[in-house]
Design a protein around this ligand. Structure first.
Ligand SMILES: Cc1ncc(COP(=O)(O)O)c(C=O)c1O
Length: 400
C-alpha cells in the first residue's frame, strides 16, 4: 500500500489541479501534510479559542429534542438544502476515500462560477480555515489592520504569530471607518481585514468607497475581504471585491457554504486570490480540510437555486420584521445586510444572554466594546416570535 502513496507538496498539487490535465478522475496520489504549517505559537497568548466553554451551543443541546432556539451563531435554520441532503446520502459510501478528485472538481466549478482560473481558488475546512491560513501566510512580518468590533477569527489566529493587530473603531453607523483604516495601514501593514458586511453589526461598506479603498490599500498590503454574508445582501450599493481578484490585485476574498447554503456543520469555504497568494496560503492549509461529504453537499448546493431563493426570501422577511419590532420598541438598530441583526440594548448584554438562556433561547455573545449591544441571528418565523415574546417579558421584568 505504502508504495502507492506518492507524496506531493500542496503547491505541486495545486499546480496539478489547475492544469488542463486535471479532470474529475481519480488522482494517483495523496498529499503530504505541509511541513511547518503551524509554527510560531508564542505560548503567552491563547490561539484560536476552541469551542470548549464558548457561547456556541454544542450539538447535543440543539433545537431538536431539548427545544433550544439557536439565534447565536448566524446559522441558516433551513439548511442544508434538499439537494445537499441527497448528495450527502449518496456520498457516504465514498467516505472511505480521500476526496482528491472531488476537490479538483470543486475548484473547477468555483473557478467557473467566479470567472477565475483554477489556481486562484483554494477550498478549506470552512472559510475560517482560509482566514487562518491568510493570517499565517500573509500577516507576518507586519501589522494586521482590522475593525473593532469585527469577526474575531483573524485576531485569534494572529496571536500564534508575532503580529501586531491594529484595531480601528467602526463609525457610529456600525460600518468600517475606511479613511481611518487607510491611515492605520500607512505604517507597516501586512494584512488588512475587511468583513463585508461586518459581523457583528451587519452593516455594509459602500461598494464604490470600498473598491477605492482596496485599490489604494492593496499597494501597501494584502487586503482580505470576508464576504461570508454575500448572498444575503439586497442593498444595490454593495460590490463584491472578486472583480479586483480577477484584475490580479493582491486581494483575497473568502466565501463560505455555512450561511446561505446552510452547511455550517459540514465545514466548507474557499478563498479567491492571485496565483502567487493562493500558493503562499496553500503552504499552511490542512490536507483535505474540505471533506468528502462537504464537497458533495457544496457542489449540490451550488445547483440548488430554489433553496437559495427560499432562504434569501425568508431571511429578508425575518430581518425586516425584527428590525421593525425593535425600532417600534425604541431600540436603535444597525442596518443589517446579513442573517443577523444588532441593536443597542442600552445595558450589559450579558444579563439578557443569561436570562434568555434560562428560557432556552441562545443569542449572540458580547462584542466588546459594544457590550451594551445585542446580536440576534435570524431564525424561522416561529423562533423569531418566541424571541420577541421572551424579550418583551424580560423588558417588563427589568422595568418592574
Ligand atoms: C464574517 C465571518 N467569516 C467567517 C465565518 C466562519 O465561516 P465558516 O463556517 O465558513 O468557517 C463567520 C461565521 O460566523 C463569519 O461571521
Amino acid at each position: 500500500m505504502r508504495k502507492e502513496i506518492t507524496r506531493l507538496g500542496r503547491r505541486q498539487f495545486l499546480r496539478w489541479a489547475s492544469s488542463a490535465g486535471a479532470v474529475a478522475g481519480a488522482a494517483p496520489f495523496i498529499l503530504a501534510h505541509p511541513p511547518g504549517s503551524l509554527t510560531g505559537h508564542s505560548g503567552t497568548e491563547p490561539a484560536r479559542q476552541s469551542n470548549h466553554g464558548s457561547e456556541v451551543v454544542p450539538a447535543t443541546a440543539g433545537d431538536t429534542g431539548s427545544g433550544v432556539i439557536r439565534l447565536n451563531a448566524n446559522e441558516n435554520p433551513y439548511g442544508p438544502s434538499p439537494a445537499a441532503r441527497r448528495a450527502i446520502e449518496q456520498a457516504i459510501t465514498e467516505s472511505n476515500r480521500y476526496p482528491i478528485a472531488e476537490e479538483v472538481e470543486l475548484i473547477g466549478v468555483l473557478a467557473k462560477k467566479h470567472d477565475l482560473s483554477r489556481d486562484q481558488v483554494l477550498p478549506g475546512c470552512g472559510s475560517t480555515e482560509l482566514l487562518r491560513v491568510a493570517v499565517a501566510a500573509l500577516a507576518s512580518p507586519g501589522r494586521l489592520i482590522l475593525a473593532e468590533p469585527t469577526y474575531e477569527d483573524p485576531i485569534w489566529y494572529s496571536r500564534a504569530f508575532d503580529i501586531k493587530a491594529v484595531k480601528v473603531p467602526l463609525d457610529d453607523q456600525g460600518a468600517h471607518d475606511l479613511p481611518a483604516m487607510e491611515r492605520a495601514a500607512e505604517k507597516d501593514a501586512s494584512l488588512v481585514y475587511v468583513c463585508n458586511p461586518n459581523n457583528p453589526t451587519g452593516v455594509l461598506a459602500d461598494g464604490k468607497k470600498l473598491e477605492a479603498f482596496v485599490r489604494r490599500a492593496s499597494k501597501r498590503a494584502t487586503v482580505l475581504v470576508d464576504e461570508a454574508y454575500h448572498d444575503y445582501i439586497t442593498d444595490p450599493r454593495y460590490a463584491s471585491m472578486v472583480p479586483l481578484v480577477a484584475e490580479g490585485l493582491p486581494v483575497v476574498v473568502t466565501r463560505t457554504f455555512s450561511k446561505i447554503y446552510g452547511m455550517a456543520g459540514l465545514r466548507l469555504g474557499y478563498a479567491l486570490s492571485d496565483k502567487k497568494t493562493i500558493e503562499r496560503m496553500a503552504e499552511h492549509i490542512t490536507f483535505s480540510g474540505a471533506n468528502m461529504l462537504a464537497i458533495h453537499a457544496g457542489l449540490a448546493s451550488l445547483g440548488d437555486r430554489a433553496f437559495v431563493k427560499h432562504c434569501r426570501k425568508e431571511n429578508g422577511r425575518a430581518r425586516e420584521d425584527l428590525q421593525h419590532a425593535l425600532t417600534e420598541r425604541g431600540y436603535p438598530v444597525f442596518q443589517s445586510q446579513t442573517n443577523f441583526v444588532m441593536f443597542k440594548l442600552g445595558s450589559d448584554v450579558r444579563e439578557l444572554i443569561a436570562d434568555l438562556k434560562e428560557e432556552g433561547i441562545r443569542i449572540g455573545r458580547p462584542f466588546p466594546p459594544l457590550t451594551d449591544h445585542c446580536r440576534i441571528s435570524l431564525g424561522t418565523p416561529e423562533q423569531m416570535e418566541r424571541f420577541v415574546e421572551a424579550f418583551d417579558r424580560w423588558r417588563r421584568a427589568a422595568a418592574a
